[in-house]
Design a protein around this ligand. Structure first.
Ligand code: ZN
Length: 313
């Protein structure tokens, strides 16, 4: 009888690990370092070792372990194959097969942003919903689309790559992906800082933001909450891009709820309000009831989602 499963969130610097009971209770969590040298050859053996050590430490029998779920920073196909993961110095490999071989435990892998979205649906901001879009507004813009409690992986493992939807055909600066005008260029923390820089340079208007040497996304929202006019313009521009894009995504996936996460979401209710307002402006009539919520699991979303990969298999 299965009683346990593992949720692993593999990042470029640390591996977050968690032992779950199959009822969804997080029993214990810990971290190990990600060793990326020599093309990341130690990464999977290190993960296998920490899992097997935990099983031994807790006196768990192998029959009691239902599986290992793992989120990785790269596109993962339905069959567990990863074409590449730049941050881990990995080329093409099948993580599910390799980790199964090392541990003797069934493995289910997913892209980290998608897996975090699954975690938020299960135990976080999207709890209670079965259809959800999550957008992570961090250094970049990531995302995940959950349909009937399942991650939408797509044909190339690129399902949910919301940050690279083109939202501005006039853009002259290139995104990290090589294209121009990606959502990420306006809605990420970096993107908001860039909008702020442009706004400050193109006007002489007084603003709290002029007191800062370099303006961050947090500075913009802090000034916005202080009713700063220039910050209001920047937030308006950001929300227009994001709200309009979300209205388009809603026509495709028709979610019950849209969850906003990542560093920018620390702006809280103010962020939800302005993005939802723009969403309403552009949303198709049947999608207007879509709810908005903030992500609540923070850095734990990945391990929760990874465990859910196994539990909902
Ligand atoms: Zn891009």
């Amino acid at each position: 009888m299965s009683k346990y499963c593992f949720g692993i969130d593999l990042g470029g610097t640390t591996v977050k690990c968690a032992l779950f009971l199959t009822d969804g209770t997080l029993e214990e969590k810990w971290e190990i370092k990600t060793h990326t040298e020599n093309n990341g050859e130690r990464i999977l053996p290190d993960i296998a070792k920490t899992i097997l050590d935990k099983i031994k430490e807790k006196n768990i029998s192998m029959e009691e372990v239902m599986g290992i779920g793992i989120g990785v920073p790269g596109p993962v196909r339905e069959n567990g194959e990863l074409p590449c993961a730049v941050n881990l110095h990995w080329g093409r490999k099948n993580i599910e097969e390799e980790l199964l071989e090392l541990t003797g435990i069934p493995v289910k892998a997913g892209n980290d942003a998608n897996v975090a979205a699954l975690g938020e649906m299960w135990k976080g901001g999207g709890q209670g919903s079965r259809n959800m879009i999550m957008v992570t507004l961090g250094t970049g813009v990531g995302g995940g689309i959950i349909i009937n409690e399942k991650i939408l992986t797509g044909a190339h493992g690129a399902g949910g790559e919301l940050g690279h939807a083109c939202v501005n055909a006039e853009e002259t600066v290139a995104c990290n992906c090589g294209n121009k005008g990606c959502l990420e260029q306006y809605a990420s923390a970096t993107g908001i800082a860039r909008l702020a820089k442009q706004a400050l340079e193109s006007s002489t208007e007084e603003s709290l933001l002029r007191k800062k040497e370099t303006v961050t996304a947090k500075d913009v929202f802090d000034a916005y909450k202080e009713q700063d006019a220039l910050a209001k313009d920047i937030v308006e521009e950001f929300s227009e891009y994001l709200g309009k894009a979300l209205a388009v995504f809603a026509c495709v996936a028709d979610p019950e709820i849209i969850v906003l996460g990542g560093g920018v979401s620390k702006a809280g209710q103010a962020l939800l309000d302005c993005v939802e307002k723009k969403f309403q402006k552009y949303a198709f009539s049947s999608c207007k009831e879509t709810g908005f919520a903030l992500a609540t699991l923070g850095n734990d979303a990945g391990v929760y989602g990874a465990a859910k990969l196994v539990l909902s298999k």
